[in-house]
Design a protein around this ligand. Structure first.
Ligand code: NDP
Ligand code: CA
Length: 321
Protein backbone atom coordinates (compact mmCIF):
# COMPACT_ATOMS: atom_id res chain seq x y z
CA UNK A 1 0.00 0.00 0.00
CA UNK A 2 0.87 3.67 -0.27
CA UNK A 3 2.49 5.50 2.66
CA UNK A 4 0.14 7.85 4.53
CA UNK A 5 -0.55 11.36 3.26
CA UNK A 6 0.72 14.27 5.33
CA UNK A 7 -1.67 15.08 8.12
CA UNK A 8 -2.08 18.86 8.01
CA UNK A 9 -4.44 21.07 10.00
CA UNK A 10 -6.37 24.19 9.06
CA UNK A 11 -5.31 26.75 11.65
CA UNK A 12 -7.99 29.38 12.37
CA UNK A 13 -6.82 32.98 12.48
CA UNK A 14 -8.48 36.32 13.02
CA UNK A 15 -11.41 36.97 15.32
CA UNK A 16 -13.67 34.17 14.03
CA UNK A 17 -16.07 36.72 12.52
CA UNK A 18 -16.70 35.54 8.95
CA UNK A 19 -17.45 38.11 6.28
CA UNK A 20 -20.37 38.16 3.83
CA UNK A 21 -20.77 35.45 1.19
CA UNK A 22 -18.94 32.63 2.98
CA UNK A 23 -15.38 31.37 2.73
CA UNK A 24 -13.19 31.59 -0.37
CA UNK A 25 -10.71 28.70 -0.23
CA UNK A 26 -7.55 29.23 -2.29
CA UNK A 27 -4.99 26.54 -3.11
CA UNK A 28 -1.56 27.59 -4.48
CA UNK A 29 0.75 24.84 -5.68
CA UNK A 30 3.76 24.27 -7.92
CA UNK A 31 2.86 20.68 -8.79
CA UNK A 32 6.23 19.87 -10.48
CA UNK A 33 6.07 19.43 -14.24
CA UNK A 34 6.13 15.76 -15.15
CA UNK A 35 8.86 16.30 -17.77
CA UNK A 36 11.06 18.24 -15.31
CA UNK A 37 10.60 15.78 -12.44
CA UNK A 38 11.62 12.83 -14.60
CA UNK A 39 14.19 14.87 -16.53
CA UNK A 40 16.18 17.96 -15.58
CA UNK A 41 15.45 18.17 -11.86
CA UNK A 42 17.66 15.29 -10.64
CA UNK A 43 15.85 14.56 -7.36
CA UNK A 44 18.48 11.97 -6.44
CA UNK A 45 16.80 10.78 -3.23
CA UNK A 46 13.37 10.25 -4.76
CA UNK A 47 12.69 6.69 -6.02
CA UNK A 48 12.05 6.83 -9.80
CA UNK A 49 8.78 4.91 -9.35
CA UNK A 50 7.44 7.75 -7.19
CA UNK A 51 8.02 10.08 -10.15
CA UNK A 52 5.91 8.10 -12.63
CA UNK A 53 2.92 10.02 -13.98
CA UNK A 54 0.24 7.45 -12.96
CA UNK A 55 1.55 7.63 -9.38
CA UNK A 56 1.91 11.42 -9.22
CA UNK A 57 -1.32 12.21 -11.05
CA UNK A 58 -3.27 10.27 -8.43
CA UNK A 59 -1.59 12.09 -5.53
CA UNK A 60 -1.96 15.54 -7.11
CA UNK A 61 -5.68 15.04 -7.78
CA UNK A 62 -6.14 13.54 -4.31
CA UNK A 63 -4.57 16.63 -2.73
CA UNK A 64 -6.84 18.96 -4.73
CA UNK A 65 -9.97 16.92 -3.98
CA UNK A 66 -9.13 16.65 -0.27
CA UNK A 67 -9.34 20.43 0.10
CA UNK A 68 -11.81 21.27 -2.71
CA UNK A 69 -10.66 24.89 -3.17
CA UNK A 70 -12.89 27.49 -4.80
CA UNK A 71 -9.80 28.89 -6.52
CA UNK A 72 -6.87 26.71 -7.63
CA UNK A 73 -3.60 28.26 -8.81
CA UNK A 74 -1.03 25.86 -10.26
CA UNK A 75 2.47 26.20 -11.69
CA UNK A 76 4.46 23.72 -13.81
CA UNK A 77 1.32 22.25 -15.36
CA UNK A 78 2.29 20.07 -18.37
CA UNK A 79 -0.84 17.89 -18.30
CA UNK A 80 -3.58 20.51 -18.62
CA UNK A 81 -5.46 19.33 -21.71
CA UNK A 82 -5.23 15.59 -21.07
CA UNK A 83 -5.76 15.55 -17.28
CA UNK A 84 -6.49 18.63 -15.18
CA UNK A 85 -8.88 20.44 -17.50
CA UNK A 86 -11.16 17.41 -18.17
CA UNK A 87 -11.08 16.10 -14.59
CA UNK A 88 -11.69 19.47 -12.97
CA UNK A 89 -14.35 20.45 -15.53
CA UNK A 90 -16.31 17.33 -14.57
CA UNK A 91 -16.16 18.57 -10.96
CA UNK A 92 -17.61 21.98 -11.83
CA UNK A 93 -14.45 24.03 -12.29
CA UNK A 94 -13.75 26.49 -15.07
CA UNK A 95 -10.10 26.88 -16.03
CA UNK A 96 -7.53 28.85 -18.01
CA UNK A 97 -4.03 27.67 -18.97
CA UNK A 98 -1.14 29.66 -20.41
CA UNK A 99 2.07 27.82 -21.38
CA UNK A 100 5.56 29.28 -21.04
CA UNK A 101 6.76 30.50 -24.47
CA UNK A 102 9.92 28.37 -24.36
CA UNK A 103 9.21 25.79 -21.67
CA UNK A 104 12.19 23.79 -20.38
CA UNK A 105 9.93 20.72 -20.62
CA UNK A 106 10.23 20.84 -24.42
CA UNK A 107 13.88 19.72 -24.37
CA UNK A 108 13.07 16.64 -22.23
CA UNK A 109 12.75 13.38 -24.17
CA UNK A 110 9.15 12.13 -24.25
CA UNK A 111 7.70 15.41 -22.93
CA UNK A 112 3.96 16.09 -22.88
CA UNK A 113 4.22 19.66 -24.16
CA UNK A 114 5.15 22.94 -22.47
CA UNK A 115 4.51 23.65 -18.81
CA UNK A 116 2.67 26.74 -17.68
CA UNK A 117 0.35 28.30 -15.14
CA UNK A 118 -3.25 27.15 -14.72
CA UNK A 119 -6.05 28.87 -12.84
CA UNK A 120 -9.28 27.04 -11.95
CA UNK A 121 -12.36 28.37 -10.17
CA UNK A 122 -15.50 26.73 -8.78
CA UNK A 123 -18.28 27.80 -11.14
CA UNK A 124 -20.98 27.44 -8.49
CA UNK A 125 -19.15 29.99 -6.32
CA UNK A 126 -17.86 32.40 -9.00
CA UNK A 127 -18.88 33.67 -12.41
CA UNK A 128 -16.10 34.25 -14.95
CA UNK A 129 -15.94 37.86 -16.17
CA UNK A 130 -12.59 37.93 -17.97
CA UNK A 131 -9.31 36.04 -18.14
CA UNK A 132 -6.04 37.28 -19.59
CA UNK A 133 -2.71 35.63 -20.36
CA UNK A 134 0.29 37.79 -19.55
CA UNK A 135 3.85 37.35 -20.79
CA UNK A 136 5.99 39.08 -18.19
CA UNK A 137 8.52 41.65 -19.38
CA UNK A 138 11.67 42.96 -17.78
CA UNK A 139 12.57 46.52 -18.75
CA UNK A 140 10.15 46.14 -21.73
CA UNK A 141 11.87 42.95 -22.96
CA UNK A 142 9.56 39.91 -23.03
CA UNK A 143 10.79 37.04 -20.85
CA UNK A 144 10.05 33.30 -20.62
CA UNK A 145 7.87 33.78 -17.52
CA UNK A 146 4.12 34.29 -17.55
CA UNK A 147 0.98 34.91 -15.51
CA UNK A 148 -2.75 34.30 -15.82
CA UNK A 149 -5.12 36.91 -14.41
CA UNK A 150 -8.80 36.03 -14.05
CA UNK A 151 -11.60 38.38 -13.04
CA UNK A 152 -14.40 36.62 -11.12
CA UNK A 153 -17.70 37.71 -9.62
CA UNK A 154 -18.83 36.11 -6.36
CA UNK A 155 -22.32 34.72 -7.01
CA UNK A 156 -23.40 35.31 -3.39
CA UNK A 157 -22.31 38.93 -2.97
CA UNK A 158 -21.72 40.17 -6.57
CA UNK A 159 -18.30 41.36 -5.41
CA UNK A 160 -15.43 41.12 -7.91
CA UNK A 161 -12.13 39.39 -7.31
CA UNK A 162 -9.07 39.50 -9.55
CA UNK A 163 -6.95 36.37 -9.15
CA UNK A 164 -3.45 36.06 -10.60
CA UNK A 165 -1.14 33.06 -10.82
CA UNK A 166 2.53 33.30 -11.77
CA UNK A 167 5.85 31.43 -11.76
CA UNK A 168 8.90 33.70 -11.76
CA UNK A 169 12.38 32.89 -13.12
CA UNK A 170 14.20 30.25 -11.04
CA UNK A 171 17.78 29.99 -9.70
CA UNK A 172 20.21 32.25 -7.91
CA UNK A 173 21.80 35.01 -9.96
CA UNK A 174 18.44 36.03 -11.41
CA UNK A 175 17.24 38.22 -8.54
CA UNK A 176 17.05 41.37 -10.68
CA UNK A 177 15.05 39.60 -13.37
CA UNK A 178 12.57 38.37 -10.74
CA UNK A 179 12.32 41.92 -9.38
CA UNK A 180 11.54 43.28 -12.85
CA UNK A 181 9.03 40.49 -13.57
CA UNK A 182 7.29 41.19 -10.25
CA UNK A 183 7.08 44.90 -11.05
CA UNK A 184 5.63 44.11 -14.46
CA UNK A 185 2.95 41.89 -12.93
CA UNK A 186 2.09 44.59 -10.37
CA UNK A 187 1.78 47.13 -13.21
CA UNK A 188 -0.56 44.82 -15.16
CA UNK A 189 -2.71 44.34 -12.05
CA UNK A 190 -2.83 48.08 -11.39
CA UNK A 191 -4.04 48.69 -14.94
CA UNK A 192 -6.72 45.98 -14.69
CA UNK A 193 -7.96 47.34 -11.35
CA UNK A 194 -7.99 50.89 -12.70
CA UNK A 195 -9.95 49.83 -15.82
CA UNK A 196 -12.45 48.05 -13.56
CA UNK A 197 -13.18 51.22 -11.62
CA UNK A 198 -12.91 53.59 -14.60
CA UNK A 199 -14.01 51.58 -17.67
CA UNK A 200 -12.15 52.84 -20.79
CA UNK A 201 -14.22 55.46 -22.60
CA UNK A 202 -15.93 56.77 -19.49
CA UNK A 203 -15.14 59.86 -17.44
CA UNK A 204 -16.14 61.05 -14.04
CA UNK A 205 -16.15 59.32 -10.68
CA UNK A 206 -15.64 55.56 -10.42
CA UNK A 207 -18.90 53.61 -10.64
CA UNK A 208 -17.67 50.31 -9.20
CA UNK A 209 -16.64 49.24 -5.73
CA UNK A 210 -12.95 48.44 -5.28
CA UNK A 211 -12.43 44.82 -6.35
CA UNK A 212 -10.50 42.29 -4.29
CA UNK A 213 -7.14 40.89 -5.37
CA UNK A 214 -5.37 37.56 -4.80
CA UNK A 215 -1.94 36.80 -6.29
CA UNK A 216 -0.59 33.26 -6.00
CA UNK A 217 2.75 32.04 -7.19
CA UNK A 218 6.06 30.34 -7.06
CA UNK A 219 8.12 33.53 -6.88
CA UNK A 220 11.41 31.60 -6.68
CA UNK A 221 12.42 34.25 -4.13
CA UNK A 222 13.02 34.17 -0.38
CA UNK A 223 11.27 36.88 1.65
CA UNK A 224 14.56 38.83 1.83
CA UNK A 225 14.57 39.30 -1.95
CA UNK A 226 13.72 42.50 -3.77
CA UNK A 227 10.64 41.05 -5.53
CA UNK A 228 9.09 40.08 -2.18
CA UNK A 229 9.66 43.59 -0.86
CA UNK A 230 8.09 45.07 -4.00
CA UNK A 231 4.92 43.06 -3.40
CA UNK A 232 4.89 43.82 0.33
CA UNK A 233 5.19 47.59 -0.24
CA UNK A 234 3.05 47.89 -3.39
CA UNK A 235 0.31 50.57 -3.59
CA UNK A 236 -2.05 47.61 -4.11
CA UNK A 237 -1.74 47.15 -0.31
CA UNK A 238 -1.01 43.42 -0.41
CA UNK A 239 -0.16 41.13 2.46
CA UNK A 240 1.10 37.54 2.45
CA UNK A 241 -1.38 35.07 3.94
CA UNK A 242 1.09 32.51 5.29
CA UNK A 243 2.58 35.02 7.74
CA UNK A 244 -0.59 34.30 9.76
CA UNK A 245 0.86 30.87 10.64
CA UNK A 246 3.76 32.42 12.57
CA UNK A 247 3.60 33.26 16.23
CA UNK A 248 4.15 36.98 15.66
CA UNK A 249 1.96 37.06 12.52
CA UNK A 250 4.77 38.79 10.65
CA UNK A 251 7.11 35.96 9.58
CA UNK A 252 6.91 33.67 6.55
CA UNK A 253 7.12 29.91 7.16
CA UNK A 254 10.62 28.35 7.26
CA UNK A 255 10.07 26.50 3.97
CA UNK A 256 7.60 25.90 1.17
CA UNK A 257 9.92 23.62 -0.84
CA UNK A 258 12.46 21.03 0.32
CA UNK A 259 14.49 18.84 -2.02
CA UNK A 260 17.85 17.18 -2.54
CA UNK A 261 19.73 17.51 -5.83
CA UNK A 262 23.31 16.39 -6.61
CA UNK A 263 24.32 19.99 -5.83
CA UNK A 264 22.89 19.66 -2.32
CA UNK A 265 19.83 20.19 -0.19
CA UNK A 266 17.47 23.11 -0.87
CA UNK A 267 15.02 24.10 1.87
CA UNK A 268 13.45 27.49 1.16
CA UNK A 269 10.40 29.71 1.18
CA UNK A 270 9.53 30.59 -2.42
CA UNK A 271 5.74 30.30 -2.70
CA UNK A 272 3.20 32.88 -1.58
CA UNK A 273 -0.49 33.80 -1.50
CA UNK A 274 -0.80 37.60 -1.56
CA UNK A 275 -4.15 39.28 -0.90
CA UNK A 276 -5.53 42.80 -0.82
CA UNK A 277 -5.68 43.55 2.89
CA UNK A 278 -8.36 46.25 2.59
CA UNK A 279 -11.01 43.96 1.09
CA UNK A 280 -10.14 40.43 2.27
CA UNK A 281 -9.41 38.79 5.59
CA UNK A 282 -7.66 35.48 6.27
CA UNK A 283 -9.85 33.15 8.36
CA UNK A 284 -7.70 29.99 8.26
CA UNK A 285 -4.38 28.71 6.92
CA UNK A 286 -3.35 25.09 6.34
CA UNK A 287 -0.23 24.36 8.39
CA UNK A 288 2.90 22.87 6.82
CA UNK A 289 4.15 19.33 7.43
CA UNK A 290 7.01 18.94 9.89
CA UNK A 291 10.55 17.90 9.00
CA UNK A 292 9.77 14.44 10.46
CA UNK A 293 6.68 14.07 8.28
CA UNK A 294 8.62 15.12 5.18
CA UNK A 295 11.30 12.54 5.98
CA UNK A 296 15.07 12.31 5.40
CA UNK A 297 14.81 12.01 1.60
CA UNK A 298 12.71 15.23 1.45
CA UNK A 299 10.46 15.90 -1.57
CA UNK A 300 9.07 14.64 -3.84
CA UNK A 301 8.42 11.18 -2.38
CA UNK A 302 5.90 8.36 -2.29
CA UNK A 303 4.09 10.50 0.34
CA UNK A 304 3.95 13.66 -1.72
CA UNK A 305 4.10 14.27 -5.49
CA UNK A 306 5.90 17.64 -5.71
CA UNK A 307 9.03 19.31 -4.33
CA UNK A 308 6.81 22.30 -3.43
CA UNK A 309 4.11 22.13 -0.74
CA UNK A 310 0.57 23.23 -1.39
CA UNK A 311 -0.48 26.46 0.35
CA UNK A 312 -4.14 26.68 1.30
CA UNK A 313 -6.06 29.45 3.00
CA UNK A 314 -9.64 30.47 3.59
CA UNK A 315 -10.45 34.12 2.92
CA UNK A 316 -13.63 36.07 3.37
CA UNK A 317 -14.69 39.48 2.18
CA UNK A 318 -14.39 42.33 4.64
CA UNK A 319 -17.59 44.31 5.16
CA UNK A 320 -17.79 47.16 2.64
CA UNK A 321 -17.02 50.49 4.23
P1 NDP B 1 13.87 28.61 -15.08
O1 NDP B 1 15.30 28.92 -14.74
O2 NDP B 1 12.87 29.58 -14.59
O3 NDP B 1 13.56 27.19 -14.48
C1 NDP B 1 12.85 26.24 -15.18
C2 NDP B 1 12.55 25.11 -14.28
O4 NDP B 1 13.73 24.53 -13.74
C3 NDP B 1 11.70 25.58 -13.14
O5 NDP B 1 10.54 24.81 -13.17
C4 NDP B 1 12.55 25.36 -11.92
O6 NDP B 1 11.79 24.86 -10.84
C5 NDP B 1 13.55 24.32 -12.35
N1 NDP B 1 14.82 24.42 -11.62
C6 NDP B 1 15.23 25.37 -10.75
N2 NDP B 1 16.46 25.13 -10.28
C7 NDP B 1 16.85 24.00 -10.87
C8 NDP B 1 18.04 23.22 -10.77
N3 NDP B 1 19.06 23.59 -10.00
N4 NDP B 1 18.10 22.09 -11.50
C9 NDP B 1 17.09 21.71 -12.29
N5 NDP B 1 15.94 22.42 -12.42
C10 NDP B 1 15.82 23.54 -11.71
O7 NDP B 1 13.75 28.32 -16.64
P2 NDP B 1 13.43 29.26 -17.88
O8 NDP B 1 11.99 29.40 -18.07
O9 NDP B 1 14.27 30.50 -17.80
O10 NDP B 1 13.96 28.35 -19.03
C11 NDP B 1 15.33 28.11 -19.16
C12 NDP B 1 15.52 26.65 -19.32
O11 NDP B 1 14.86 26.23 -20.51
C13 NDP B 1 16.97 26.27 -19.45
O12 NDP B 1 17.39 25.73 -18.22
C14 NDP B 1 17.00 25.23 -20.54
O13 NDP B 1 17.21 23.96 -20.01
C15 NDP B 1 15.63 25.23 -21.13
N6 NDP B 1 15.65 25.54 -22.54
C16 NDP B 1 14.54 25.29 -23.28
C17 NDP B 1 14.52 25.52 -24.63
C18 NDP B 1 13.31 25.21 -25.40
O14 NDP B 1 13.34 25.15 -26.62
N7 NDP B 1 12.19 25.04 -24.78
C19 NDP B 1 15.69 26.03 -25.34
C20 NDP B 1 16.76 26.33 -24.48
C21 NDP B 1 16.73 26.08 -23.14
P3 NDP B 1 11.33 25.79 -9.58
O15 NDP B 1 10.66 26.99 -10.11
O16 NDP B 1 10.45 24.84 -8.86
O17 NDP B 1 12.59 26.12 -8.83
CA1 CA C 1 10.37 23.01 -10.36
Amino acid sequence: GRPPRFHRHLVPCGDGQRGPGGPIRVLQWNILAQALGEGADCFVRCPPEALSWPERKYLILEEILTYRPHILCLQEVDHYHDTFQPVLRSLGYGGHFFPKPCSPCLVVHGNNGPDGCALFFDQSRFELLESVSVRLSALLIPTNQIAVVTKLRCRATARCVFVAVTHLKARSGWERLRGAQGSDLLAHLQTLLHDHRHPPGTTGPPDAAAPSLIVCGDFNAEPSEDVYQRFASSPLRLDSAYKKLSRDGATEPPFTTWKIRPSGECCSTLDYIWYGRDSLQVDAVLDLPTEEQIGPDRLPSFHYPSDHLSLICDFSFKEER
